[in-house]
Design a protein around this ligand. Sequence first.
Ligand SMILES: C[S@@+](CC[C@H](N)C(=O)[O-])C[C@H]1O[C@@H](n2cnc3c(N)ncnc32)[C@H](O)[C@@H]1O
Length: 215
Amino acid sequence: MEPPPPTDPRLDLVAGTIELCAGSIGFVRPRDATALLYEDEVDQAYPPYWAELWPSGVALAHAVSARARPGAAVLELGCGLGLPAIAAALGGARVLATDRSPDALTFTAVNAEHNGVAVQTAVCSWEEPDELLHRGPWDLVLAADVLYGQRNVDTLLALLPRLVARDGEAWIADPRRPLAGEFLRAARERWASVETAPGREADVDIHRLSRPLWW
Ligand SMILES: C[S@@+](CC[C@H](N)C(=O)[O-])C[C@H]1O[C@@H](n2cnc3c(N)ncnc32)[C@H](O)[C@@H]1O
């Protein structure tokens, strides 16, 4: 007889694997992210988007794995389950994974350990980025599926150039959300180079923003 599912939906887990350019990442995540919507113990200030396996996170992890960056300072924003952060750490980078959800960081830390890499974590919202600015600038800033909502777009347009080193980059994976065009138009005024290439997952683009102009 199967044991009953845990009463806390965060502990009702499924395991998965994603393939990288070389090797793979194993991870666990909550089986049903929507079940978290009805859980009293979960922070209900925001939807539990962190708990989903989003195609953009998978595509960004794959893109990051194409080149090892030993010793590079890498920051992931809105990391969710932390797959791009783990891919960067597997390539030798020094990685800080951040999200406003403490639960996301618990899963990221467990997933990193499961893959035998060290990933630092910090609870941080983009609206209060002092710790991220203090610990920067970063050689590479990563974010997957974050261009939803005008507030996200406006906040990230202002924040990303301040986080990235003079010759650094920000890589944003996006599933062609409606606000991506507006984000890219405004980004071209703030970055020396903005390039877009298809990610490995269907309908996911990876936007590479290089050399912020404010330096
Ligand atoms: C759609 S999910 C994507 C998660 C992960 N990057 C992926 O692709 O699988 C968006 C993530 O951004 C985080 N997030 C949204 N707004 C944020 C904010 N203002 N500050 C920090 N994190 C935020 C959410 O908690 C969530 O983990």
